[in-house]
Design a protein around this ligand. Structure first.
Ligand code: PEP
Ligand code: MN
Length: 348
């Protein structure tokens, strides 16, 4: 940190700051400028240190130099992380993947139709919600354990790893038992106890960005998972709340490009929740890839008009197949071709 002293500071005040830095285990170095005197505080600087120094007499302001997140930062870990999933699927490392499937699992028929459709179109990971975080308690809440069993069976049948949202600490064990990837939804991005619990399972975790979270808060949230000795983290930009009401959320593609610079973690985009409109999913998928996304999460339902959740933003399997085709062509043009689909032959 850089401690900027007030123009009217006294030598005793500089001395007091230097002594406090030593008490914090930091090293202080004074720099005499033409107009100002500043002190560089070197070492492991915590937020509490900065807060305390900023309140000391004679101090004008304290400026942070290094990033507050460490485990997810590229400053600390320059090599890109690749998250390995079953069936040879790898997320990160420059070759995008598709995660696709219904918002919520409604029945075996519905899930299998979606699973076969997305598998045939070349998707890598099958998604499906068992525990749904609905805004209204009167809306469909998901089939719970029954849905987890259907998801596992569907993934095994079509030969794809599966992902589902883990809504609460209560569900961590059962989600980890049935799913290959544990999704933390936007509404839970700062549920720190849940982040620690999913981290402890050692399973890959997909952390969605909170709808009002800054990029820094998001990366700090990722530290809660990674600090449990779990490096298998994938970030997902799913749109943020802005003043705009014409779309459900505003898909923040700045975040995709910036996170690629700030962090070594893979980041995928979710244009389904990011737009809320099925006809915007395809163009925003292309934009996400162009911005550097390591993959796309897309909601697919065999009959979106009758979906029990998020029908308006869901694609039919046929529309998903068109999107996948166009996305592959774009990725080739960007010299970042999609990863090969899972190796096991689909029984579809
Ligand atoms: C979902 O993936 O269906 C979901 C609820 O997403 P989010 O947490 O981004 O709203
Ligand atoms: Mn959804």
């Amino acid at each position: 940190m850089i401690v900027v002293m007030r123009p009217d500071h006294t030598p005793q005040q500089v001395q007091a700051v230097m002594e406090r830095l030593v008490q914090f285990g930091l090293q202080g170095q004074t720099i005499h400028g033409v107009e100002r005197e500043v002190i560089a505080g070197l070492g492991q600087v915590l937020q509490d240190h900065r807060d305390e120094i900023s309140m000391m007499p004679g101090v004008d302001e304290v400026i942070r130099v290094s990033k507050p997140y460490k485990l997810s930062s590229r400053e600390v870990h320059p090599k890109y992380t690749i998250v390995d999933l079953p069936h040879g699927v790898r997320v990160g490392g420059g070759r995008p993947v598709f995660m696709a499937g219904p918002c919520a699992i409604e029945s075996e028929d519905q899930l299998m139709a979606a699973a076969r459709g997305v598998r045939k179109a070349g998707a890598h990971v099958l998604r499906g919600g068992a525990f749904k975080p609905r805004s209204s308690p009167y809306s469909f809440q998901g089939l719970g354990l029954e849905a987890l069993k259907l998801l596992r069976a569907a993934g095994d049948e079509v030969g794809m790893p599966v992902i589902t949202e883990c809504l609460s600490v209560r569900d961590v064990d059962v989600c980890a038992q049935y799913s290959d990837v544990l999704q933390i939804g936007a509404r839970n991005m700062q549920n720190f106890v849940l982040l620690q619990e999913v981290g402890k399972t050692g399973k890959p975790v997909l952390l969605k960005r909170g709808m009002s979270a800054t990029i820094e808060e998001w990366l700090l949230a990722s530290e809660y998972v990674m600090s449990q000795n779990n490096p298998n983290l994938i970030l997902c930009e799913r749109g943020i709340r802005t003043f705009e009401t014409a779309t459900r959320n505003t898909l923040d593609l700045n975040a995709v490009a910036l996170v690629k610079r700030l962090s070594h973690l893979p980041i995928i985009a979710d244009p389904s929740h990011g737009t809320g409109k099925w006809y915007l999913v395809r163009p925003m998928s292309m934009a996400s890839l162009a911005a550097g996304a390591d993959g796309l999460m897309i909601e697919v339902h065999p009959n979106p008009d009758h979906a029990l959740s998020d029908g308006a933003q869901s694609l039919t399997p046929a529309n998903f197949a068109d999107l996948a085709e166009e996305a592959r062509r774009l990725a080739d043009a960007l010299s970042r071709p999609f990863a090969e689909p899972p190796a096991a032959a689909a029984t579809a």
